[in-house]
Design a binder for this molecule. Structure first.
Ligand code: FPP
Length: 237
């Protein structure tokens, strides 16, 4: 554990939880069973990231495109997310700052209330940022920031040439947080799927051949070892 704490301390990580459907199919189970198992794994990996001393972790739970799935599947994901917020998450004990990325206006009123309440209750915590992306899309996030800044220009508060990267970043859901050092995608896929498009500009991408419901602490250890081997130059030499 100590070895991995050294590797992980202060890191910011993005995780695309993928492969729940395939995991269920392999077992002849409904896709919803894969999400249920995926939610259990999520809970354990959150605790592990805390123990490792990471500075922020972002989990991709539901994208702006996932509404295209059957209603039953969408409802099951929302239910698991709601259960986590009401029952599984102990905001006093875990000391995380919870932040929800995405457009929550399409979610149920009760989910929105829980999300707002938890963000408020945890905002002065001192531990890692726990970001959960729900109804999130990187393009939507960038568009929203552009609209916010355009409105400020229209209101005469800002000149277009005053728009800097820092100002733009202040309008993203991840305001005040470090960009991800690496983005991890289990299930062998090699794409970002609209995840953290702005923030990922210099993130290392790590694809792992394990389905999310089978993902274990040791897999995160392996990703940390892989990350350590990468040489990051940020465009320099
Ligand atoms: C991707 O796998 C997974 C999702 C779209 C849903 C992830 C949701 C959870 C793990 C549960 C709820 C969230 C929380 C935060 C408790 P996929 O269905 O696309 O898998 P496939 O590519 O194998 O079909």
């Amino acid at each position: 554990m100590e070895e991995y704490q050294q590797l992980a301390k202060g890191l910011s990580v993005g995780i695309i939880m993928d492969g729940n459907g395939r995991w269920a199919k392999q077992r002849g189970l409904p896709r919803t069973a894969g999400h249920k198992k995926g939610a259990e794994v999520f809970r354990d990996i959150v605790r592990y990231c805390n123990d490792l001393g990471m500075s922020s972790v972002t989990f991709y739970a539901f994208s702006t495109e996932n509404w295209a799935r059957p209603t039953e599947e969408v409802e099951s994901i929302m239910r698991l997310f709601g259960n986590y917020l009401t029952m599984a998450y102990d905001y006093k004990k875990e000391n995380n700052r919870l932040v929800f990325l995405g457009d929550r206006s399409r979610l149920s009123k009760s989910l929105q209330d829980k999300m707002n309440d938890l963000e408020e209750k945890t905002k002065n915590n001192t531990g890692m940022f726990l970001n959960i992306a729900v109804n999130y899309g990187g393009r939507q996030e960038i568009l929203r920031a552009a609209q916010t800044l355009a409105q400020r220009v229209k209101d005469g508060q800002l000149e277009p040439q005053d728009i800097t990267q820092e100002l733009f970043e202040d309008c993203l859901y991840t305001r005040g947080q470090k960009d991800p050092d690496f983005i991890l995608r289990p299930s062998g896929e090699m794409r970002l799927s609209n995840f953290m498009l702005w923030q990922a500009s210099y993130s290392e991408f790590i694809s792992m051949d394990v389905l999310w419901p089978d993902f274990r602490r040791e897999d995160l250890d392996r990703a940390l070892q892989e990350f350590q081997k990468r040489s990051r130059r940020f465009g320099g030499l």
